[in-house]
Design a protein around this ligand. Structure first.
Ligand code: GLC
Length: 741
């Protein structure tokens, strides 16, 4: 009898399972079901942080909390509830994947998917709801401290590469938080700079990667940036958040503030902010208990609601977005379990690193080094030994391991040859960020002259000299919250490079940076590799390329200028253009005018006929490729039609290699100024020696359009266009004209 009663009881309970707990119901129904059960206090509570990196769910209803984690390259070690300091876990050492400039330099959509899937697995394993990345701010100036976290100067490349990353992460039931939306293109005065940019430039250059992340990647959250636009902080911005993101793009996810990006309540309520993090309120923050109750979207918001000053309808829209995020992640019971520091993740990091390395120059085929005929290799430079995964700002990590360039070279060479290391220069000997320490003692009091003399002496009888230098993510050297002060390499590295090149003709410079650097010695050094910040597998990826295990196939995602004044934001030396000019109204705000407009990166160098040091899209291989003549399947197309281009590419060398075939479009005659050409397609093809592939591109009118700011729409004007097939922005191999009717 009892069991029947119990069963009946259960059945009765089962029949009344709330909709929001019923996995078979659509998310929107579950959201509405929760919403109507929530109190006003519970609704406000989900719109702001409760700790450094978490916000409340609805305990009473069994709705879980939201946990955020940095960063775009790996899962940040656990910090204390309300401090940046380390929580002191012993099981949160992660894999540091390559910086996103390196991923972009692969021009490989499949590797981006692999990257997102892998880092998403690490986030999932660490039980994180939201990964605070990837970043896709456009590379407007080579001085921006955080360019290493982003995907280069071209909106099409960044848009194509961000989508697979977002999909890969979210396939784990972890949300991406694409950042920093938008116009956060420098670190200097990042909280107070009001960016002034025309609509056409905004839509053609600075929005496309974010738009693709929302419309194609379907990112579940987006991070609003610190800077101002139209004199409103972007975290509380009618134009970027309400009009464009939620209006034009119909974004249904949650807008997360950058940490401390919200500065007052009213605009936070009305201008599209959904989840406020990191605020410094009226001095009650910084660890004082209940500081979170003082957040702008906390008690002040509750007061505004209770006094009728704020509408519950607007609040409900915010809450729906947060609940949607939770149902897509924490309350999705079918999520995979994730994995951490797995062999697969190390293999992925190593492969992405090697395929992102760009062979900038290789005179006399110095590379790859044939170890069989080599007796002594000299490795020079602090960056050959310095850990790069600690530092640089919020993307800093605590890694399970990091293979340095010297480690990687030594491991590959083994006993086959002698590998000698000398310091060459002393740069940044610190090794700590937020309590994570490298444990390295880089102290060296010798003078530059002593260090150079030692290096030169060692170089005389070496078969090869490998100089590993560049930047190092310390302040002003590719780091958050500070920009670089110039294009030159720091720590007098140019002197060391010149001295070594003078005594050894088989020299390789390996530059570690997220930014272009000046190379006054470019004609004196036969081989140059741009090796980015590659993370845990840096030494393995670099050795794989140096010794030819991997044939380099990376292409630059940004232009390397000869000198800073060649680049658009610095050409006029006008502070209004960069870094902005402080107003004299006591607001402590600066105005910065993007007067170069759409002429960013190669768009500027092409149109102004300025020869770059190395062009956007440039990258050599250990083999060679021949391009056939491009053909079009028709000579004209209508606005709703398409044209298919075909071009044969042959590997004319003696080893397998991959080539990134690029498609640029030129509008030969237009009612508005347009760049000389714009990237509208790329395909990476891997070819065996002698093999030919036919690469095809389909052109539709969106590849021909410019943004007509007056009409506020994309327009493709009828007329003749040229399709240019290229191996780099300065290396067009074949072209064909066609007409848009
Ligand atoms: C930082 C960064 C942002 C990061 C956040 C949390 O200031 O701008 O990228 O995700 O705060 O650390």
């Amino acid at each position: 009898m009892l069991s029947v009663a119990l069963l009946a009881g259960f059945t009765a309970v089962a029949a009344t399972t709330p909709v929001y707990l019923d996995d078979t119901k659509p998310i929107e129904e579950r959201v509405e079901d929760v919403l109507k059960r929530m109190t006003l206090e519970e609704k406000v509570a989900v719109c702001h942080a409760q700790s450094k990196f978490s916000s409340q769910g609805v305990k009473r209803l069994g709705i879980p909390e939201v946990w955020m984690t940095d960063g775009p390259h790996g899962i940040r070690p656990e910090v204390k509830w309300d401090k940046w300091n380390q929580a002191g876990w012993t099981n949160d050492s992660c894999v540091a994947f390559p910086a996103l400039t390196c991923l972009a330099a692969t021009w490989d959509r499949n590797l981006s998917m692999l990257y997102g899937t892998s880092i998403g697995e690490e986030a999932r394993y660490r039980k994180k709801t939201v990964l605070l990345g990837p970043g896709v701010n456009i590379y407007r100036t080579p001085l921006n401290g955080r360019n290493f976290e982003y995907m280069g100067e071209d909106p099409y490349l960044a848009a194509q590469m961000v989508v697979p990353y977002v999909k890969g992460v979210q396939s784990n039931g972890v949300a991406t938080c694409v950042k920093h939306y938008a116009l956060n293109n420098q670190e200097m005065n990042r909280h107070t700079t009001n960016v002034i940019v025309d609509d056409r430039t905004l839509y053609e250059i600075y929005l496309p990667a974010f738009k693709a992340a929302v419309l194609e990647g379907k990112t579940w959250t987006i991070m609003a940036s610190y800077n101002l636009y139209k004199n409103q902080h972007v975290c509380t911005n009618q134009y970027l958040l309400n009009d464009i993101l939620k209006g034009e793009w119909k974004f249904d996810g949650a807008v997360v503030s950058d940490w401390g990006g919200v500065h007052e309540t009213d605009q936070a309520i009305t201008n599209g902010m959904d989840m406020e993090f990191g605020s410094w309120t009226d001095g009650l923050a910084n660890g004082v208990s209940n500081a979170y109750d003082n957040y702008y979207l906390a008690n002040p918001y509750l007061d505004a609601l209770k006094s009728g000053k704020a509408s519950e309808e607007v609040l409900n829209d915010k809450v729906r977005r947060v609940l949607r995020l939770i149902f897509r992640t924490e309350m999705n019971r079918n999520r995979p379990w994730g994995s951490f520091c797995s062999d697969e993740h190390y293999r992925a990091a190593r492969a992405i690193g090697a395929d992102g390395i760009v062979l900038l120059q290789n005179k006399n085929n110095v590379l790859p080094i044939d170890i069989a005929t080599t007796k002594k290799i000299l490795v020079v430079g602090e960056n050959a030994i310095k850990m790069m995964t600690v530092g640089g700002g919020s993307s800093s990590l605590k890694v399970q391991r990091e293979i340095s360039p010297l480690d990687g070279i030594r491991e590959f060479v083994g006993s086959k040859a002698e590998v000698q290391y000398v310091r060459g220069y002393v740069g940044d000997t610190s090794g700590e960020y937020n309590g994570v320490v490298t444990g390295q003692n880089l102290k060296d009091d010798r003078s530059a002259d002593e260090l150079i003399a030692e290096a030169v002496e060692a170089a005389r009888n070496a078969d090869y000299v490998i100089f590993v230098g560049g930047l190092n993510k310390s302040e002003h050297q590719d780091c958050e919250d500070s920009d670089r002060t110039g294009l030159e390499l720091p720590y007098a590295q140019d002197r060391v490079i010149e001295a070594l090149a003078a005594v050894n003709k088989r020299m390789v410079v390996v530059n570690l940076s997220g930014n272009a650097v000046a190379m006054p010695w470019v004609k004196k050094v036969p081989a140059i590799l741009q090796a980015w910040f590659i993370g845990s597998e840096a030494g393995h990826s670099i050795a794989d390329v140096i010794f030819g295990v991997v044939n380099p196939s990376g292409k630059l995602p940004m232009t390397f200028p000869v000198k800073l004044s060649d680049s658009p934001a610095h050409a006029n030396g006008d502070a209004n253009q960069y870094p902005g000019v402080e107003r004299n109204d006591g607001s402590r705000r600066l105005d910065e005018k993007y007067t170069e407009g759409i002429y960013v990166g190669y768009r500027w160098f092409d149109t102004k006929n300025i020869a770059p040091l190395f062009a956007f899209g440039h990258g050599l291989s250990y083999t060679t490729f021949k391009y056939g003549k491009v053909t079009a399947d028709k000579t004209s197309m209508t606005a709703d039609g398409e044209i298919t281009l075909s071009v044969d590419v042959t590997n004319t060398g003696s080893r397998k290699g991959a080539e990134v075939v690029q498609l640029y479009i030129t509008d030969k005659k237009c009612s508005v100024d347009r760049p000389a050409k714009e990237l509208k397609g790329f395909e990476k093809v891997s070819l065996n020696p002698g093999e030919t592939a036919t690469v095809k591109f389909t052109i539709k009118s969106d590849a021909l359009s410019f943004f007509d700011a007056d009409a506020h729409k994309w327009v493709a004007e009828p007329g003749v266009f040229t399709a240019r097939i290229a191996a780099a922005a300065d290396d067009v191999r074949t072209s064909v004209d066609f007409e848009l009717k």
